[in-house]
Design a protein around this ligand. Structure first.
Ligand code: ATP
Ligand code: MG
Length: 695
C-alpha cells in the first residue's frame, strides 16, 4: 500500500503564496456574489405533512439529544432491531471511542458484547412480521422487457440456499468471500448470504480490471469467489469470467489460490459453452445452489464483528480497504435511509448505484432492506437504449424515491428536457444525489425538470469511510439551497478546521472534520491500522479528517467545495474547485467542467478549466470568453480561468467521479507523470485530452 497522509498546511507550505484559510474569506464572498445563499427552496406543505421530521425545531431537539447523549439516542434506536443478546450498558454507555491519536490508539466500538445478525434484521424479521409477500426487489434488466421480481420470502429462500452452499464449501464466520458480479438480484443476495453466516463480503465492482480484482483478492485472501459468466451493459458485453480467471491466476502466482469459483450463468450475455472453465474449481450457480435447503441457521455475531471490506473509489490515489463492522453500521444505515429519504412503507425506492460502491451497500442493500422497503435493482446504464430509460423505469415501477449521482444528472441534462418530459414521473416524491458536489445548475434542473418542483433534493455528503450519510437534508424540515448538503445528520458533529487544527465558529471555510464517533464509521483499514490513523486521525489531532474542504454559511449550512488536495491558491485566494465548476456549468451550453490549478509565475497558481459542451454545440473563441465571463460575474475576476481546454470526455472513476489529479498533470504538461489510471472508467479520454492541449 502506498501511504498517503494529508498533512494540514501541506498545500499552504508548498504554495508560493502561503495564504491560510481566513474564516469567511473568498469562498464566503464568492457565494454572496453568486447569490446562492439567498436562494431558498422551501418544502411544500403537502410534503411537510408526511415528513418524519417536519420542522427545524423538531430536528434541533432530536439533534441536541443525539450529540449530548449519543448512547441514549442510538441505544433507543438500536433497541428496535432484533438482538440475540442485548449489548451490555456500562455507566449508561453503549459505545466507547478514542479518535484522538494523542490519547493512544484510535478505537471505536458500538454495542460491543451485543449479538445480532444484519441479514436476519434485513429479511427474516420482516417475513416473521407478515411481510413475506411484499416485493423486495423489482429487478430490471439491461435490455427492455427483461425483468423479474422477488418477494421478501423469496429473497430469504435464495439467501438461505446460497448461505448453505457457502457453508458446504467450508466458509466460516470471519472468512472473506469475494464477489465480482453484475447488478443481478443475486448480488445483494450474495452479500446477505455472507452476512447470514458471519462471513466477510468483499464486493469488487464488476467493471474493474483483472489487475484491480487481483490486488483486492490478495488483500483479503478469500477461498471462494462469486461471479457471473458475463454482463451486458448498454450495448457492450463484458466477459466477467475471463477477468476473474485472469485475476485468480495472478493471485495463484503470488501464493494465494482461490479454491472455488461459483459462476452465475448469464446466458443472455454469453452462452455457457463459450464461458472459459476450470474443472474442479468452477461451478455453475444455477446447477448447484437450488439443491440446497431453503432454511439456514443464522450465525449470531458480535456487534463489532466484521461485516464487510470495501475499497474507496480511488479518486485521489490508490484505493483504501475500508472495514465496517455489524451493529453500529446496521443501526446507522437503516436510520439514515429512513430519515433522509423520509421513507414510508408504501414507497418504491430506486438507487442507481452499483453494489460495488458503498452507496450500493448502505443504500441499495442494507438501508432499504432493514426498513422493509421495495426497491428497483437495475442492471443497465441510465442512457441505454436512450436518455429516457430512467424515467421509463420510474413510471414502470412507480418509483417514489430516486437516488443517483451528479455525473448521471449532468449526463442526462446534456440530452435535454424532452426525454424527461415525455414521461409522467408522477410517483416521484424525493430525489437524492451523492458522489460529488452537485452544481447549483444541475441541482435546479433535477428539481425543476425531473421533479417538477415538487420533490425535495436530498444532497447527501458522506464517504465509504463514514458508512452512511453525514450531512444531508431532512426533507420537510427546512428550506434547501441548491448546491448545499445543508445540515448534519443526527449524531454527526462536523467541525470546520483551519491549518492549525483549530475549529472555527460561525461562517467560515476550511477542512471538514468530525469531532466525535458515530455508529456507522469504519473501524480500521484492512490489515493496516497505522495507515488508518495516519490518513484520517493524524492530520488534525482530535478529529476525523474527511479530506474534503467546505464552507459553512451564515445559516449554518454546509457547502462542500471539493477535496482539499484540489484546492487552488490564486494570489492568496483559496478557491474550491466546486465553485468554479458550478459557475462554468451554469452557462447554458456547458455540460460539465473540471477545474485544476497549475503553476503560474505571477499568481502562484492559475486556473485551468476542462470543459465539456452540450451535445451538438461547437467550441468557439466567443464561447470561451462567455464561459470565463460566467466565472467572473458569479465569483469574481480572481477566479477567472486562465486556460479553457475543450474536453469531449473527462477522466472519471468507475463510479463516475472526476479524477482531477490526472487533469493536473495534463494542465502542467507533465504528461509522463499521469500515474495510475487503473481505476479510470475509460482511459482513452486521457490521450484524447492530451491531443487537444492548446487547441
Ligand atoms: P478515494 O478516497 O480513494 O480518493 P473517493 O473519496 O472518491 O476515493 P468515496 O468514498 O466513494 O471514494 O467518495 C467519497 C467522496 O465523494 C467524499 O469524500 C467527497 O469528496 C465526495 N462526495 C460524496 N458525496 C458528496 C456530496 N453530496 N457532495 C460533495 N461531495 C461528495
Ligand atoms: Mg475518499
Amino acid at each position: 500500500h502506498e501511504v498517503r497522509s494529508v498533512r494540514p498546511g501541506a498545500h499552504v507550505l508548498s504554495s508560493p503564496v502561503g495564504a491560510k484559510f481566513v474564516p469567511g474569506a473568498v469562498s464566503g464572498e464568492a457565494a454572496v456574489v453568486a447569490g446562492q445563499e439567498e436562494e431558498l427552496v422551501a418544502p411544500s406543505e403537502e410534503f411537510q405533512a408526511t415528513a418524519l421530521v417536519a420542522s427545524r425545531a423538531q430536528y434541533d431537539e432530536m439533534y441536541k439529544r443525539s450529540v449530548e447523549n449519543p448512547d441514549g439516542f442510538w441505544g433507543d434506536i438500536a433497541s428496535t432491531f432484533f438482538w440475540k443478546k442485548r449489548w451490555p450498558v456500562k455507566d449508561g454507555k453503549v459505545h466507547t471511542e478514542n479518535i484522538d491519536v494523542r490519547n493512544g490508539r484510535v478505537a471505536v466500538e458500538w454495542f460491543k458484547g451485543g449479538q445480532t445478525n444484519i441479514c436476519y434484521n434485513a429479511i427474516d424479521r420482516h417475513v416473521e412480521a407478515g411481510l413475506g409477500d411484499k416485493v423486495a426487489f423489482y429487478w430490471e434488466g439491461n435490455d427492455l422487457g427483461v425483468d423479474a421480481s422477488l418477494t421478501y420470502k423469496e429473497v430469504l429462500e435464495k439467501v438461505c440456499q446460497l448461505a448453505n452452499y457457502l457453508r458446504s464449501q467450508g466458509v466460516k464466520k470471519g472468512d472473506a468471500v469475494a464477489i465480482y458480479m453484475p447488478m443481478l438480484a443475486e448480488l445483494p443476495i450474495a452479500m446477505l448470504a455472507c452476512a447470514r453466516i458471519g462471513a466477510v463480503h468483499s464486493v469488487v465492482f464488476a467493471g474493474f480490471s483483472a489487475e484491480s480484482l487481483y490486488q483486492r483478492i490478495l488483500d483479503c485472501k478469500p477461498n471462494v469467489i462469486l461471479t457471473s459468466s458475463a454482463v451486458k451493459r448498454g450495448a457492450k458485453i463484458i466477459k466477467l469470467k475471463d477477468i476473474v480467471d485472469d485475476a485468480l491466476s495472478r493471485a495463484s502466482a503470488d501464493g494465494h489460490t482461490v479454491g472455488m469459483c461459483l459462476t452465475y450463468d448469464n446466458s443472455s450475455a454469453l452462452k455457457r459453452e463459450e464461458t472459459a472453465w476450470t474443472e474442479g474449481r468452477d461451478s455453475w450457480w444455477q446447477d448447484i445452489v437450488p439443491s440446497y435447503a431453503k432454511e439456514c441457521d443464522v450465525e449470531w455475531v458480535d456487534a463489532e464483528d466484521t461485516l464487510f471490506l470495501l475499497y474507496t473509489s480511488g479518486s485521489t490515489g490508490k484505493p483504501k480497504g475500508v472495514l465496517h463492522t455489524t451493529g453500529g453500521y446496521m443501526v446507522y444505515a437503516a436510520t439514515t435511509f429512513k430519515y433522509a429519504f423520509n421513507y414510508h412503507d408504501d414507497d418504491v425506492y430506486w438507487c442507481t448505484a452499483d453494489c460495488g460502491w458503498i452507496t450500493g451497500h448502505s443504500y441499495l442493500t442494507y438501508g432499504p432492506l432493514l426498513n422493509g422497503a421495495s426497491m428497483v435493482v437495475f442492471e443497465g446504464v441510465p442512457n441505454y437504449p436512450d436518455a429516457g430509460r430512467c424515467w421509463d423505469i420510474v413510471d414502470k415501477y412507480n418509483v417514489s424515491i430516486f437516488y443517483t449521482a451528479p455525473t448521471a444528472i449532468r449526463s442526462l441534462m446534456r440530452s435535454g428536457d424532452e426525454p424527461v418530459l415525455r414521461h409522467s414521473r408522477k410517483s416521484l416524491r424525493v430525489l437524492g444525489t451523492v458522489g460529488e458536489p452537485i452544481n447549483p445548475s444541475a441541482w435546479k434542473w433535477y428539481h425543476e425538470v425531473v421533479g417538477d418542483k415538487l420533490c425535495p433534493i436530498v444532497d447527501t455528503w458522506w464517504q465509504t469511510e463514514t458508512g452512511g450519510f453525514m450531512i444531508t437534508p431532512q426533507p420537510g424540515a427546512w428550506a434547501l439551497k441548491p448546491g448545499s448538503a445543508t445540515l448534519p445528520f443526527f449524531g454527526v458533529q462536523p467541525a470546520v478546521v483551519d491549518d492549525n487544527a483549530q475549529e472555527q465558529s460561525g461562517e467560515c471555510s476550511g477542512y471538514l472534520c468530525i469531532k466525535a464517533a458515530w455508529p456507522g464509521m469504519m473501524r480500521t483499514l484492512q490489515g493496516d491500522h497505522d495507515r488508518y490513523e495516519t490518513t484520517y486521525f493524524a492530520p488534525f489531532k482530535g478529529f476525523y479528517f474527511s479530506g474534503d474542504g467546505c464552507r459553512r454559511d451564515k445559516d449554518g449550512y454546509y457547502w462542500l467545495t471539493g477535496r482539499v488536495d484540489d484546492v487552488i491558491n490564486v494570489s492568496g485566494h483559496r478557491i474550491g474547485t466546486a465553485e468554479v465548476e458550478s459557475a462554468l456549468v451554469s452557462h447554458p451550453q456547458c455540460a460539465e467542467a473540471a477545474v485544476v490549478g497549475f503553476d503560474h509565475e505571477v499568481k502562484g497558481q492559475g486556473i485551468y478549466a476542462f470543459v465539456t459542451l452540450l451535445e451538438g454545440v461547437e467550441y468557439s473563441n466567443d464561447l470561451r470568453k462567455a464561459l470565463i465571463n460566467s466565472v467572473r460575474s458569479q465569483i469574481g475576476a480572481f477566479a477567472a480561468p486562465d486556460v479553457v481546454h475543450w474536453a469531449p470526455g473527462l477522466p472519471k472513476t468507475r463510479s463516475g467521479k472526476i479524477m482531477r489529479r490526472i487533469l493536473r498533470k495534463i494542465a502542467s504538461n507533465e504528461l509522463d507523470q499521469v500515474g495510475d489510471i487503473s481505476t479510470l472508467a475509460d482511459s482513452s479520454v486521457v490521450d484524447q485530452l492530451i491531443s487537444l492541449r492548446n487547441k
